[in-house]
Design a protein around this ligand. Structure first.
Ligand code: UN1
Length: 513
């Protein structure tokens, strides 16, 4: 098998041998059953790690809670300084970490690097934010009174992340939570445990070097049973969860049952509207990257293309041509555009989706298929497919985490297209391709896209970290990353101070003694 510098990368990250029992074993991350990290690139088992047991979890939670009592007292700009040092390490380790992401998860090396870049970007954002955790001051209605609000650290933040962004989504949460004075317990996907260990090592070393207590950054490993330890823990005031709608509903209910906060980043069913005034060349680039990038496994992946009948045939043939040029194969080989799906289960889902769209009356424009033969031994490589379909098809209403694009025709005006685009349960990302101001403004208006992200002349994926990231409806309503998303990681306190020698009551109430 081609090496592509994997061994060197694992070594640079200090995760070359994390198998239980080895001299550098990761016993301290857990003592439960073994979880194998299997690369979808070549099917090799990269490592085995141990899952977190109840007893392990109790220890981790205690360490985190105790670290919080001192971390919350470190001035926020000093917390920011430590996050800055963490981002320095990420800059140094960008290539090996990007490579590990690519090898353990299967996205292209370029996208692996892009993911580490997102981590660096959010750290930079968090460093600036550490001097801007502002509250407001208000004018009191009472004489000799002052009123203001302040944001205090919240406590232990639980982070549950998915396999598709095995490092960046953690960083979006943890970089903000750290500058906000919180400590974090992270449960990465059980499909990408090595990415979790690599990040934990980088962060823990930076805190250690700064003389900070253990527990500001914590890692737990395992499947949903380990997730339940977090969601059920009253000592965890906020759980941020990224993943499927099914998972999100379970997390939301468990956290709500104890009146905790949850931040949910769930599925998308993202569409690009292509109007008669679209720039077709730009449309094709945006749509193809959106649909096949990360092998269709982004929550922002383009799933539906809603194309006006006047340009439908032109778009259709341009897409067909573009799909013909796609190179599928080892994602570490920079010649390839599309890597594998995460595992064989995902391949089954992909296959079933293509069968179902045909059963519901759809027509295959670009046929799919599972690849075999040399280079495809893992059984996870599939051909990106396009089907002509209708929006109401059951399969079109679902998020299939695979490179399947549905081509949907619309007639009428932009409002008809918007109705189709909004006509799904999910509400994450959306886009319109048009050079017509009336159309783009209608799309962005209160009667336009109902998604958390609405782009003009850009695809649905690849959001920058500076904006708030998340969506509505079954996407879960959470907002992470930029803008004022930091507020959920803090508790707001309203303070009123009386510096007069009287005690007047609010609302003019008289209470004479
Ligand atoms: C995800 O798929 O969970 O906008 C996150 C994007 C990336 C993040 C996707 N910045 O596509």
């Amino acid at each position: 098998a081609l090496d592509f510098g994997i061994e060197k990368a694992l070594k640079a990250l200090g995760v070359e041998d994390v198998n239980p029992g080895s001299s550098t074993g990761m016993e301290h991350f857990g003592s439960g059953e073994e979880i194998a990290s299997v690369s979808p690139v070549d099917g090799a088992t990269i490592a085995r790690v141990r899952a977190t047991t109840q007893e392990d979890y109790r220890r981790v939670a205690e360490t985190a809670a105790s670290a919080f009592t001192s971390w919350r007292l470190v001035p926020a700009p000093q917390r920011g300084e430590i996050v800055r040092q963490f981002s320095d390490r990420l800059r140094e380790l960008k290539e090996p970490l990007g490579k590990l992401v690519s090898y353990e998860m299967g996205k292209s090396y370029q996208e692996g690097l892009g993911e580490v870049q997102e981590m660096i970007d959010i750290c930079d954002f968090a460093v600036g934010l550490s001097r801007q955790l502002h509250g407001l001051t208000m004018h009191s209605e009472r004489p000799g009174h002052r009123m203001y609000e302040q944001y205090h650290p919240l406590g232990v933040v639980g982070i549950i992340s998915a396999f598709n962004f095995p490092v960046a989504v953690w960083a979006w949460n943890t970089a903000l939570a750290w500058v906000c004075g919180d400590v974090c317990i992270w449960k990465p996907s059980e499909k990408t445990p090595l990415c979790g260990i690599a990040c934990q090592k980088i962060a823990a070393e930076v805190f250690h070097r700064n003389g900070m207590p253990e527990g500001i950054t914590c890692l737990i490993n395992g499947d949903y049973r380990v997730g339940e330890m977090l969601t059920g823990d009253t000592g965890v005031p906020l759980v941020s969860a990224t993943g499927s709608i099914r998972m999100g509903k379970i997390v939301a209910q468990a956290v709500a049952a104890r009146l905790g906060r949850s931040l949910l980043e769930l599925g998308g069913n993202n569409a690009i509207i292509v109007t008669p005034d679209a720039d077709i060349k730009m449309t094709v680039i945006g749509a193809v990257f959106g649909a096949v990038g990360t092998c269709g496994q982004r929550c922002t992946s383009t799933r539906r293309l809603i194309v006006h009948e006047d340009v439908y045939d032109e778009v259709k043939s341009a897409l067909k041509q573009a799909y013909g040029q796609l190179r599928i194969g080892n994602p570490l080989d920079e010649e390839n555009h599309v890597g594998p799906l995460i595992d064989r289960e995902a391949v089954d889902m992909y296959r079933k989706a293509l069968e179902q769209v045909v059963a519901e009356g759809g027509e295959i424009l670009v046929p799919g298929g599972v690849l075999d033969g040399p280079g495809y031994e893992s059984g996870c490589y599939v051909k990106p497919a396009i089907a002509e379909a209708e929006n109401h098809f059951e399969i079109v209403q679902e998020e299939t985490f695979a490179p399947v694009l549905y081509l949907i025709r619309y007639s009428g005006d932009v409002h008809d297209a918007i109705a189709l685009q909004n006509g799904v349960k999910q509400g994450l990302s959306s886009a319109i391709m048009t050079t017509n101001l009336r159309e783009s403004e209608a799309f962005l208006s209160a009667a336009g896209s109902d998604c958390g992200i609405a782009n003009v002349n850009i695809g649905t994926s690849g959001a920058e970290i500076g904006g708030a990231f998340g969506g509505e409806k079954e996407t879960g309503g959470g907002r992470e990353s930029g803008s004022d998303a930091w507020k959920i990681y803090m508790r707001r306190q309203t303070n009123t101070i009386n510096y007069s020698d009287n005690l007047p009551l609010a609302q003019g109430i008289r209470f004479d003694l």
